[in-house]
Ligand binder design. Sequence first.
Ligand code: DWN
Length: 410
Amino acid sequence: MAGDRSRCMACRTESVEEFLDIGTIPVANNFVPANKLGDPEPAYPLRVGYCHNCSHCQLLDMVPPTELFDDYTYLSGVSVTISEYLRGIASGLVDRYSLGPDDLAIDVGSNDGTLLTGYLSHNIKVLGVEPAKNLLEISKAAGVETVCDYFGLKTAREVLEKYGQASVITSVNNFAHVPDPHDFVQGVDALLKEGGVFVVEIHYLMKMIQDGAFDTVYHEHMSYWGLIPMIALFEQYNMHAIRAKVLDIHHGQLRVYVSRKDELQPDETVAAVVDHEREVGIPGWESCRELAENARSARTVLLNLIDKLIGEGATIGGYGATAKGNTLLSFLGIGPERLKFIADRNTIKQGTYTPGHHIPVVSPDRIMVDKPDYLLNLAWNLTDEIAEQQSEYLKQGGHLIVPIPEVTVI
Ligand code: DWN
């Protein structure tokens, strides 16, 4: 059962008020194998709240992490854009902190090990921490040793004993998955060597609100971080942000470099991001309510377009069996009667069905066989890569419907 949370995960006050209700839906990455289609599928409420005390946003209903992450279908290495990006984080850190063979780099939520492979050519020692058992073989084949567990103080102490202190710890698109960020930060503090840096990267609440990216809301994403509440959290453990950067990847991420307070000093980028958040009032209650309003109007616009096209005799498929796509489809109530299939390069997802509405997930080869008139692009954060990959389909008259930030047809 999902647990209810009106207490803020960041500041721990009872100040969280709901602003968005997506509905009661299954877990976004739990694609259903063909032989389980008849089985009951657990569904959980998906509501987001805003903390009036520290402005942190979080889910109000928590699904146990073991149900979300023990077996994980998302692979970082499937997208060329994402793979290059993740490896670039590693090489960027090697340069910035002059890492060498004596340094240990740990990636928390290491998935298939893609980020850590970026250190290997520099002879840096690497270690992944990742709870998904099904990904262990993949990271091992990539040359990455992985501790299969959830990260927190307990795991950090175990890692420390066996592998020693880390010079850098990264957590890319993982910190939002954490049910207790306090325990996580204590783990970082326990494991990081003196002068070491923790680099955390999350879908940025600011960009999510500006782009109306309500589909980023799913059970995995327990938190929606802005820099201001994050700084307040680190403050409690004598840590601070020393550098902050807003990036375009995944439609807008925030990367924050963190150290112990007395070890490294912040540069001007931190104050710049904080000032900008204050200036535009994000994260703020009004902007969160706008996100909910945008979600409702996007639902109307997109459903009208899809039904108009189908009414004119068009056929529609989907591209990208994404977690966010499953939020979008559930919120709009779109099933196989509207989308014939969803194509995705990830072979773990192929042959399965989307959670809830059971749209078949197929290989992208199917696109040129069926030649649907339109493909709803559910990986709209990767439109450039997908448009390039599907250039033949587009050349032959096919179209991509991009749902967010604006409903557009390419
Ligand atoms: O935070 C998270 C992000 C980083 O990844 C996780 N909680 C879950 C996951 O979210 P998502 O599933 O919405 O992520 P993506 O990166 O938008 O997924 C892209 C999907 O599209 C993957 O399944 C791979 C697929 N793909 C493809 O089949 N062909 C992607 C590209 C670019 C392609 O050419």
